[in-house]
Design a binder for this molecule. Structure first.
Ligand SMILES: [Zn+2]
Length: 297
């Protein structure tokens, strides 16, 4: 893990802060880096979830938009790559480090697209403490199963797979370029966050990973929600981690062990390097325990 990446993951710990807390943060030192993925597709990093971008004569299409204070830097980074404006934004899910720029970009004229449950979670009072998300920050177009954009010589297919990281995740597949953006279904080289309080589940994450592996080959480039640009082999290792963790925790639950006893049994053994500021081994084990034991509030 290089130094820049450590910094990004440290800042990504902001994931679930309320908008007011994000407003207190200083984003001055954050730089937006555009990492080429194919001829006209980029992974953009700054603070928060990795973004995806496809450019071309039909306009720029952006996947996720990090935090509102970064919008000017993000649009400046995109302007270095294309003279076209941002025409579409698709949100991989509702978390604030993936949707924070929606209001700014919506006001600037981008059409915001997401799964139905992203709209629900960003707008409904039962999910938001202060359901005052401005209209411009909300998705304008939502879908239940999938959506395809035929732009920039690509077929950009966004599809939903049940309850995974949350209940409103979209995976985006650039079919011609053989590139996939997985949102927070995939944390590469890091223990993942499974938001069981927002409908997430480990079985859904494993199902989604299998779906992506089924459409991938050795040349596929995979953009994770957090962590570096990855390959099919990296994703296979992640699947192996998830299935091992699931089976160990499930076994220990069936033996009547408590959460503390399961954490002490160290079911993430061998993956110590995946500990990071936001998700420790104990935290991922707790999420999986609550999911599998049915103790989610
Ligand atoms: Zn997330």
């Amino acid at each position: 893990m290089n130094q820049l990446f450590r910094k990004i993951t440290a800042i990504a710990g902001l994931l679930f802060l309320a908008p007011a807390a994000v407003a207190q943060m200083n984003f001055d030192a954050v730089q937006i880096e555009a990492i080429p993925v194919s001829d006209n597709i980029y992974m953009l990093t700054g603070a928060g979830g990795n973004m995806g971008l496809i450019i071309g004569e039909d306009g720029a299409f952006l996947i996720d938009d990090q935090f509102a204070p970064l919008t000017d830097k993000i649009t400046a980074a995109i302007a270095e790559l294309t003279d076209q404006s941002i025409r579409f934004v698709i949100n991989t899910h509702y978390h604030g480090d993936h949707t924070g720029g929606n209001e700014n970009l919506g006001k600037a004229g981008a059409l915001i697209v997401a799964h139905d449950n992203v709209y629900k979670r960003m707008s409904a009072e039962e999910f938001m403490e202060d359901a005052d998300t401005p209209k411009e920050a909300l998705p304008v177009v939502t879908f239940t199963e999938d959506v395809t954009f035929h732009i920039n010589d690509e077929h950009v297919h966004g599809f939903h797979i049940g309850d995974a990281h949350t209940d409103g995740d979209t995976i985006i597949h650039f079919k011609n370029a053989n590139v996939v953006h997985m949102g927070d279904i995939y944390f590469s080289g890091l223990f993942p966050y499974i938001d069981v309080d927002s409908g997430g589940s480990i079985d859904g994450v494993i199902t989604a990973v299998n779906r992506v592996l089924a459409l991938s080959n050795a040349d596929t480039k995979i953009i994770p929600g957090h962590g570096p640009l990855s390959s099919m082999d990296d994703l296979k290792e992640y699947r192996s981690f998830l299935t091992k963790l699931r089976s160990k925790v499930s076994q220990l639950i069936s033996e009547g062990k408590t959460l503390e006893e399961i954490q002490e049994a160290n079911p993430t053994e061998g993956y110590e390097e995946w500990n990071w500021e936001f998700i420790s081994s104990n935290r991922i084990v707790e999420s999986v325990y609550r999911d599998l034991s049915g103790t989610v509030n």
